[in-house]
Design a protein around this ligand. Structure first.
Ligand code: KIV
Length: 271
C-alpha cells in the first residue's frame, strides 16, 4: 500500500520509509501562499522554499543577494498554505558558512518565525560544523551537493559538476558524511546520472535529484521553470509541464482589449 494512504502529513520519517519502499519522492519549490496551496493540494511530498526565490521572484542573476529576512517572509507565506507537505527552507548565502553559531541562529530564526519543518544548506565537509550544530538543536537538515549555486563565483559557470574523478570522489565522500552526520536527505544537482545513482545506492538517506538522472530517490524542479513561467532558462534536465507564460500573456492581452473596448465590465459584472 502507498505510504500516502496511511500518513496524513509528510515527515522526514515518511521520506525515509519511501526510500526503503522504492517510492519516489516528488519535491517542488514554492515561495508564496497561493502557489503553495495549489502544490500542496495536488499532493506534493516536499515543498522547498528555495533561495531560487532570488532568481524567479526577485529577478537577481544569482541566489547570493537573498537575505534571511526575505526567505523568512516567503517561508511564512508558504507554511500558512500547507497542510500535508514537508516544508524545507533554504539557508541563504552568508547565514551559515564558516560560523556554526551563526548557522544555528539562522536556522532557529527560520524554524521559530516560519513554522517550517526543516532547513537546507549547500556543501559537505566545508560546512560540517554548521550541520552538527543545527542538528544538535533538533532541526532536520537537508544537504545539497554537486552544482551548489551559492558557490557560483567559485565555479564560474553553471555547467555539470563532478565529471572528473577528483570532484566525483569528493562528492561521494561528502554524501556519506551528510548521511553519517544525520541529515535526512540530500539534493544532488546537475551531476552525471551514473554518479548520482551510485551515491543513492551507497547512502541510507534519500537523494533528491535535479539534473541528476533517474537513479535517485526523488526529483525536484523550480515551479516557475516546470510551469513555463520562466522562458529564458532551458537546461536539458528541465521538463516543462505547461507554457504558463504564453497563457498569462494571452489572458492579459484579452483583458486589455476588453477594457479598451468597454466590453469589461458588462451589466452582470457591476452593482
Ligand atoms: O533554491 C532552489 O530552488 C534549490 C533547488 C534547485 C534544489 O535549491
Amino acid at each position: 500500500m502507498s505510504i500516502h494512504k496511511t500518513a496524513r502529513k509528510i515527515t522526514t520519517h515518511v521520506l525515509q520509509a519511501m526510500k526503503s519502499k522504492n517510492e519516489k519522492i516528488a519535491m517542488l519549490t514554492a515561495y508564496d501562499y497561493s502557489m503553495a496551496k495549489i502544490v500542496d493540494q495536488a499532493g506534493i511530498d516536499v515543498i522547498l522554499v528555495g533561495d531560487s526565490a532570488a532568481n524567479v521572484m526577485a529577478g537577481y542573476d544569482s541566489t547570493l543577494p537573498l537575505t534571511l529576512d526575505e526567505i523568512i517572509y516567503h517561508a511564512k507565506s508558504v507554511v500558512r498554505a500547507v497542510e500535508k507537505a514537508l516544508v524545507v527552507v533554504d539557508l541563504p548565502f552568508g547565514t551559515y558558512q564558516g560560523n556554526s553559531k551563526n548557522a544555528l541562529e539562522s536556522a532557529i530564526r527560520i524554524m521559530k518565525e516560519t513554522g517550517a519543518h526543516a532547513v537546507k544548506l549547500e556543501g559537505g565537509e566545508d560546512v560540517k560544523e554548521s550541520i552538527i550544530r543545527i542538528l544538535s538543536a533538533g532541526i532536520p537538515v537537508m544537504g545539497h551537493l554537486g552544482l551548489i549555486p551559492q558557490s557560483i563565483h567559485k565555479f564560474g559557470t553553471y555547467v555539470v559538476r563532478a565529471k572528473d574523478l577528483e570532484e566525483a570522489t569528493q562528492l561521494k565522500s561528502d554524501a556519506k558524511l551528510l548521511d553519517e552526520l544525520g541529515c535526512f536527505a540530500v539534493v544532488l544537482e546537475k551531476i552525471p546520472a551514473k554518479l548520482a545513482e551510485e551515491v543513492s545506492k551507497s547512502i541510507d538517506i534519500p537523494t533528491i535529484g535535479i539534473g541528476a538522472g533517474g537513479g535517485v530517490d526523488g526529483q525536484v524542479l523550480v515551479i516557475h521553470d516546470m510551469l513555463g513561467i520562466t522562458q529564458e532558462f532551458s537546461p536539458r534536465f528541465l521538463r516543462r509541464y505547461h507554457n504558463l507564460s504564453e497563457e498569462i500573456k494571452g489572458a492579459v492581452s484579452n483583458y486589455i482589449k476588453d477594457v479598451r473596448s468597454s466590453d469589461f465590465p458588462n451589466e452582470k459584472e457591476q452593482y
